[in-house]
Structure formats: structure tokens, C-alpha cells
Design a protein around this ligand. Structure first.
Ligand SMILES: Cc1ncc(COP(=O)(O)O)c(C=O)c1O
Length: 462
């Protein structure tokens, strides 16, 4: 019985995997305000050119610079665990594995891209990064990366999470970052929203507008913006998760995975684990690949595939993605990192193609599953991660009903030690399930009216 599988630092992957090179139907380009595809130069005030090159790259494999690897070694390779205790409690014939991304210093998968982005910005001569954060995981990851690499960092944190999660703010501060609640009075985008809705809980869409504005209005030209999910280069940096996992499964002679699960907010931890397995599926393997979202913010399961802005103030280009509409302000559920109106274009195109089968799930089932996980495997997972745990448990129960010895793999994207107030509310019976009402969804989708529509390209193979 081997409970954990480790890799040595020498065995860590040396390249990231780019799914864009292998998607059977091509990605649609991001569009500018005039409806025409944007050029890399148009993104230059927001991102450094070396990251823009990755964003548009069609190369299948991209080398990870040695200096980035040397920082990742502080916690990578991360362990792959076999969930023996959970399997026993469920009485399932399934073998359940989880990749433990909670072992990074900030406690989630987010530093995988934070370190890479900070490093590429530094190489490009940038001195300061701005960003947004939902639950605080991304903000703390970027503050951590900036402190190791030597950049200033300013973080706009969604107001509701800022209030619910004071410890994340202190982590950012400890790593030298400046964290302020969003919407704020520091940007025009923030002031506009506060004038309209003074007691707004905020949203990632608003915080993104503020962070981009703060970057592009810095006249020194030494500030850029950094996004913790959604974009192609972020998915790319996270693929180290799935690439390590494949090596680990090989080490223990586990030849075939049947089900791959990850929670999906903007899509990055899911993509990180799943994209290397999506390549196997493209090459003929039979795998169910499941991104999971909250029923209260059902981007992949109920929203259309459309062109939309990534933020409320329409500062980002139009991205082809599943979207609830850029004006969507999600209900304040505890999984702050899953409260985003859009989904990564790469994940969205893979859904359109049929390679992925998204699911949505209510928060009470998520907490119930997270508590079961804590009482068997021992780790208290982040509320976001609890969606992956709940789906893995559902799949393990299904395998039991079917009497099948399935292999189920999920991404443990982060620990929940800074998110205990959600658990507290769950134990106090204060949490409720909330399905987004049809009329609220229809109202929110009105913000898509008049925007160009992407073609729905699929081969029909899956
Ligand atoms: C622990 C954890 N998991 C998942 C997510 C969702 O983001 P993504 O879909 O980009 O992985 C977040 C976002 O904040 C997070 O903190």
C-alpha cells in the first residue's frame, strides 16, 4: 500500500504543455472594440511581450526557464496521494487519487503561474504588478512570487472576501503586497460602481477592471497587470500539475485513468491537471474529464459560449468563452474563487468540442463532502476545492453502484485553513443551496446583446 507518490526535483517536467496546439477545432481569436482580432501590440500596455508571445503561441511544448524551476523546487514536485481512507469510508471499488497543490507556501496551485508571470515581467524590465483576487489565494500567491523575485505588488480584493477572509490580507502584507478592498476609490472603475451600488459585495469582474486601470494609467510604463486564471498562458503554466501526475501514476504502474476532476472558477487548476489527459483523450483514450462549478454561478453548465469582456468596465478584449455576462454579480457564496462570470477560452473551446463534461453542484453537498474528506484523509480543503471533492465522491459512489474498479483523479487545488468561516457557517446551519434563477440569468445575459458571436466549431468526435 503506497499512500503517496513523490518525484525527485530531477524528475520534474522541463516543459509546459499547450493544449492550443492539439485542439481538433481551432480557437477563436480575442477581439478588439471594433470587432476585429486584436494584435499582440494592443495587449502591450497590459502584459509584457514575453507573456503575450506565450498567450498566442501554438507550440505544443514550451521550455520552463531554469530560474523558474529553481523557485518551483521550494515546494514542487507536489505529492500525489491515494485516498485509501476515503475509499474505505465510501466502500467503493474505485481507486481515488488526488494531486496535492495545497503544499505550496501560499496554500494553492496559484503560485505555479504567479512565479512564472513575475519572472517574465522582471525579465521584461517591469517593476510593479497589479492584480485582483477573489478568495485571496491568487493575491497571496502573487505577493509571494513578487517578494521572491523582487517586484512591487498591488492587489484589489473582492470586498466580500476582504471582509470574510482577513488573514489572507495579512499574508499578502507579510510578503510585501498592498491589498485593498474592491470596488475602491482609487480607480474610475471602482468609483463608478460605488456610485451605483454603494454596498456591493464586489466581484472579480469589477476587481479586474480596477487592477487593469491601475496598471495602464501608470505613466512610468513600469507597471503591468497580472491575471491568475482564464488566459492561455495561465493554463499553460499550470500544466506542470498534470504532467507531474502522469509521471507519478506511471511510477506506481497505474496505466489508465477513467475520471479526471477539478473545480473551475476561471479554469486554471482544472486545466493544469486535465489538459495533459485531454491530449490522451484526443489521441483516443476514454476518459471522463469533468470541470465542476457552483450551481449559484453556472458558467459552463447554463451560460452560452459567446464573445464577452473579462471585466465589468470592458477593459479586456472580447474573449470567446462560456459567460454569464460581464455585468453578472454572483451571490456571495463562500467559494470566492469560483464566483467569476466567464471561463477560460481554452476550457470553453474544449467544452464546445465535447472533450469535457462540466457539472455544477450545490454548496451544502460540497461542504458535506469536504467534512467527510477532512475526517478521513485529514486535509481541510478550500471551499473551491470542495467542489472537486464532492464530484470525486459522487463518481466513487457511482463506481460502487456499477461495481466498477474505476480510477478517479482529482485536483486538491488548495487548503481551507484561511477559509474556516465558511465551515463555521456550514456547521451552524447558516448556509443554503442557491440555484441561479432563470430570470436573473436572462437579465445578466442582456449585457451580451450587440456583441459579436463566435462560430461554434466542433468535429463531433466526442
Ligand atoms: C484553492 C482554489 N481552487 C480553485 C480556484 C479557482 O480558480 P481556477 O479555476 O483558476 O483554478 C481558486 C481561486 O481562487 C482557489 O483559490
Amino acid at each position: 500500500m503506497q499512500t503517496k507518490v513523490f518525484l525527485t526535483e530531477d524528475e520534474m517536467p522541463r516543459q509546459w504543455y499547450n493544449l492550443a496546439a492539439d485542439l481538433p477545432s481551432p480557437m477563436q481569436p480575442p477581439l478588439g472594440p471594433d470587432g476585429n482580432p486584436i494584435s499582440p501590440e494592443m495587449l502591450a500596455p497590459v502584459f509584457p511581450m514575453n507573456l503575450i508571445e506565450q498567450e498566442v503561441s501554438q507550440e505544443r511544448w514550451i521550455d520552463i526557464p531554469e530560474e523558474i524551476l529553481s523557485i518551483l523546487y521550494r515546494w514542487r514536485p507536489t505529492p500525489l496521494h491515494r485516498a485509501y481512507a476515503l475509499e474505505k469510508a465510501l466502500g467503493t471499488p474505485a481507486r481515488i487519487y488526488y494531486k496535492n497543490e495545497s503544499v505550496s507556501p501560499p496554500g494553492s496551485h496559484k503560485p505555479n503561474t504567479a512565479v512564472a508571470q513575475a519572472w517574465y515581467n522582471k525579465q521584461f524590465g517591469i517593476k510593479k504588478l497589479t492584480t485582483e483576487t477573489g478568495a485571496g489565494q491568487w493575491g497571496s500567491a502573487l505577493a509571494f512570487a513578487c517578494s521572491l523575485i523582487g517586484l512591487e505588488c498591488k492587489i484589489f480584493m473582492v470586498r466580500i472576501s476582504f471582509d470574510q477572509k482577513p488573514f489572507r490580507k495579512i499574508m499578502m502584507q507579510t510578503w510585501g503586497g498592498r491589498c485593498i478592498p474592491s470596488p475602491s476609490n482609487e480607480t474610475q472603475a471602482g468609483r463608478d460602481i460605488l456610485a451605483k451600488i454603494p454596498d456591493t459585495p464586489g466581484s472579480l469582474g469589477i476587481a479586474i477592471s480596477e487592477a487593469i486601470e491601475a496598471a495602464v494609467t501608470d505613466t512610468t510604463g513600469e507597471t503591468r497587470y497580472s491575471l491568475g486564471s482564464v488566459l492561455n498562458h495561465v493554463m499553460l503554466h499550470q500544466t506542470i500539475i498534470g504532467l507531474e501526475t502522469k509521471k507519478q501514476l506511471e511510477k506506481i504502474n497505474e496505466k489508465k485513468v477513467d475520471v479526471v476532476v477539478g473545480c473551475a472558477g476561471g479554469g486554471s487548476n482544472f486545466a493544469g491537471l486535465a489538459f495533459p489527459f485531454a491530449l490522451d483523450k484526443i489521441n483516443g483514450a476514454e476518459i471522463d474529464i469533468i470541470p465542476v462549478e457552483p450551481s449559484s454561478c453556472p458558467t459552463m453548465t447554463r451560460a452560452p459560449y459567446a464573445y464577452d469582456h473579462g471585466d465589468v468596465a470592458k477593459m479586456t478584449p472580447l474573449l470567446p468563452m462560456h459567460t454569464l455576462g460581464h455585468e453578472f454579480i454572483p451571490p456571495p457564496i463562500h467559494a470566492g474563487g469560483l464566483r467569476y462570470h466567464g471561463m477560460a477560452p481554452l476550457v470553453s473551446q474544449a467544452i464546445v468540442e465535447g472533450l469535457l463534461t462540466p457539472q455544477s453542484i450545490h454548496q451544502l453537498e460540497c461542504y458535506e463532502s469536504a467534512v467527510m474528506f477532512a475526517r478521513t484523509e485529514g486535509i481541510i480543503v478550500a471551499p473551491e476545492t470542495s467542489h472537486a471533492v464532492a464530484t470525486a465522491i459522487r463518481e466513487a459512489k457511482k463506481a460502487k453502484e456499477e461495481g466498477k474498479e474505476k480510477v478517479i483523479l482529482f485536483n486538491l487545488s488548495g487548503h481551507g485553513l484561511m477559509d474556516l468561516s465558511g465551515y463555521d457557517k456550514y456547521f451552524a446551519g447558516e448556509l443554503i443551496d442557491y440555484a441561479l434563477p432563470d430570470d436573473v440569468l436572462a437579465e445578466s445575459l442582456k449585457s451580451l446583446e450587440g456583441l459579436p458571436k463566435p462560430p461554434v466549431n466542433k468535429t463531433g468526435k466526442w
